[in-house]
Design a protein around this ligand. Structure first.
Ligand code: A3P
Length: 326
């Protein structure tokens, strides 16, 4: 699709059901990053169209114990996690040479519940999905509906807030080049928790606590650790009940999957260099730098001090710690 066909997301509220429009009137409202407004819904901030999708998901989605849910707050490495999990659970179906990840963006292989499957008031037919069904979501843990009640597996990817903020700011401004948000304004909103699916600390804590109390159900991965070594892949495969065999390990299957899903490989694929993603973004904007510690190039000492304080106040004592430099 040509870039000239991009539609900015500012008119999203026009396509809402009357029921959703009426509900929005009762929710706290703030300026949006990408859309005109965002709303506080079930304790987290999101856009009007997302609220409509999430309500449809909560009313209709029936989770199976065999499902795999890949969760994150935006810009934490969602695309990478989707690629890795898809490659792990489907490794006996596809060879690396003709792998679907070479010709499809990971978000098309592992659809979002809220942006794709239940978007625009549609109800998806999930009966054709191969088992285990893989879904992606940014929905916070407390709002996961039947997923919470089932024994399905959830893998959460978490990234340090400094890099997540910088990645978010770049990404959202790419989607609205005509009216970019200044880094100062975006940072202020981020620190106040007013960010899609945030506050970020609530989002992280929801999954973090569940991973501690039900480690068999929620695997909590950190982006920075994943950049450092391949152990996450072995852990994820075991958690998803698709452990690598000794023979696979000997034959270098782990390294093959790592390479297939690496930033360098994915960024260079034609499918990821062209095309659009979620209507208003170029797919290539999903692959920017993928560095740990890029925030040092953007945040002033005052900003660093402020966000450090927020992290200490909100997450101190939880046991959740971040690596912030490479
Ligand atoms: P940067 O903006 O810091 O480069 P999400 O997938 O949740 O939208 O997160 C996007 C971030 O993950 C971007 O970070 C992007 O570059 C990085 N990313 C994308 N693909 C990756 C991969 N295969 N490996 C590591 N990081 C990746």
């Amino acid at each position: 699709m040509a870039i000239t066909e991009f539609q900015p997301a500012d008119h999203e509220e026009e396509n809402l059901s009357d029921e959703c429009k009426a509900l929005l009137l009762s929710f706290p409202k703030e300026k949006g990053w990408r859309t005109l407004h965002q709303y506080k819904f079930q304790g987290f901030w999101c856009q009007a169209a997302e609220i409509q999708s999430i309500m449809a998901f909560q009313n209709h989605f029936q989770s199976r114990d065999s499902d795999v849910v890949l969760a994150s707050i935006p810009k934490s490495g969602t695309t990478w996690l989707k690629a890795l999990a898809f490659a792990v659970v489907n490794r006996h179906r596809f060879s690396i040479k003709s792998h679907p990840l070479l010709t499809s963006n990971p978000h098309n292989l592992v659809p979002f519940l809220e942006y794709k499957l239940y978007a625009n008031n549609q109800l998806p037919d999930l009966s054709t999905f191969a088992e285990p069904r893989l879904f992606g979501t940014h929905i916070p843990y407390p709002s996961l509906g039947t997923i919470k009640k089932s024994n399905c597996k959830i893998v959460y990817i978490c990234r340090n807030p400094f890099d997540t903020f910088v990645s978010t700011w770049h990404f959202l401004n790419k989607g609205k080049p005509q009216s970019p948000m200044s880094i100062e304004e975006g940072f202020d909103m981020y620190c106040k928790g007013i960010i899609g699916f945030g506050p970020f600390w609530e989002h992280m804590l929801g999954y973090w606590k569940e991973s501690l109390s039900r480690p068999d159900k929620v695997l909590f991965l950190k982006y920075e650790d994943m950049k450092e070594d391949g152990d996450h892949l072995r852990r994820m495969a075991k958690f998803l009940e698709h452990p690598f065999t000794l023979e696979e390990k000997r034959n270098g299957v782990i390294e093959e999957i790592e390479k297939l899903c690496s930033f360098d490989t994915m960024k260079k694929l034609d499918v990821n260099k062209t095309g659009i993603f979620l209507k208003s973004f170029e797919s290539k904007s999903l692959f920017r730098k993928a560095e740990v510690g890029d925030w040092v190039n953007y945040l002033t000492p005052k900003m660093v001090e402020r966000l450090s304080k927020v992290i200490e106040e909100r997450l101190g004592g939880s046991g959740l710690r971040f690596k912030v430099f490479s």
